[in-house]
Write a protein that binds this ligand. Sequence first.
Ligand code: ADP
Length: 353
Amino acid sequence: MNRFDTDLLHALGDLDDALAVLDGEFLVALNAPMQALLPGDAGGLAADWAQALQGLASALAAPLGERRRCGVSGEYLAQRVALDARHVLLRLVDDRERLHHLQRQLDDREGLLFTSRSLTVSEMGSVLAHELNQPIGATANLLRGLKLRLARRHPDSTDELAALDKAVAQIAYASQIIGRVREYTQSRQPKAERLDLGALVHQSLALLDWDLQREAVQLALRLPDAPVPVQGDAVMLQQVLINLLRNALDALRLDRPDAPLIDIELRVEAGRAELRVGDNGPGITPQTEARLFLPFSSTKPNGMGLGLSICRSLIEMHQGRLWFTRRDAGGCCFHFALPVLAAATPPTLEKTA
Ligand code: ADP
């Protein structure tokens, strides 16, 4: 080792970054942080020594001055600078701290978005619950009264009576939601009942059968034969399903394909139930996708842009996930996944003598 290298090594020893001096193909000197990271001997071939860190060999081949990432997840930044006509200094900057910090920031941001979605749900919820309770109750009473009078005066008006029944069922559903929102804003906890997701799909479709018929939408339903038990709040989960179905219906109405279709699939995989609601409507543009789950972003003339943001919050409250994909055959598909409950233990039969 010549004087230049020894002095340099001495000086490098005081620095925090991992440094090495290369002379052409040879490794001439390493400071302590570099030794700790990549042990090597002065005089050896730099290319052999560099094998110990993923991506370093190709960083050594990069033009002088250029910064290249290396390490298993790119956690080090490698840069070479010329010291003189012969010697090159290799510097490895440990970027783990900054990457951790960045990840923490992303996690915090996700947490903040979740909190703000929950706040939106709960604040909007309490205002709406308060304001809508009265008119909904009054409408339900009026409809029931109307049905009674119609049944007395025109008992043969079966179609009208059936339509009134449906209207009363819709109002009952609305008032159930309002009631549940009021309970939730007080307790801030979804209910934890044992539910069958397949049954929930049927109940939701029953509330939308009129819309499906009116829009002449074909329904493809793929549900497992066995019940799919999950723990959750029936009203909240039904709200999610109805929102997704209504969005699919809106999309098919606004931009009608030749054979409008909604396909629903429920399947169980690796302890999770995944429900998919797809449609062959116009699909979602990248611009809409970027703002899809943000509150108050809607492309509909009278849309509030709250449905998907509320749905995502409701699913997250159930330890689930809600997301969107594009369908290969056109249109889009919304998915949510929830943990499946273990099959109920069959009741033990009492032995009779
Ligand atoms: P809103 O229905 O009030 O617009 P949402 O949050 O439910 O609010 O939906 C936000 C936007 O997402 C819609 O305005 C629409 O642009 C888009 N979207 C949601 N579902 C679909 C779908 N199935 N097909 C096409 N676009 C959709």
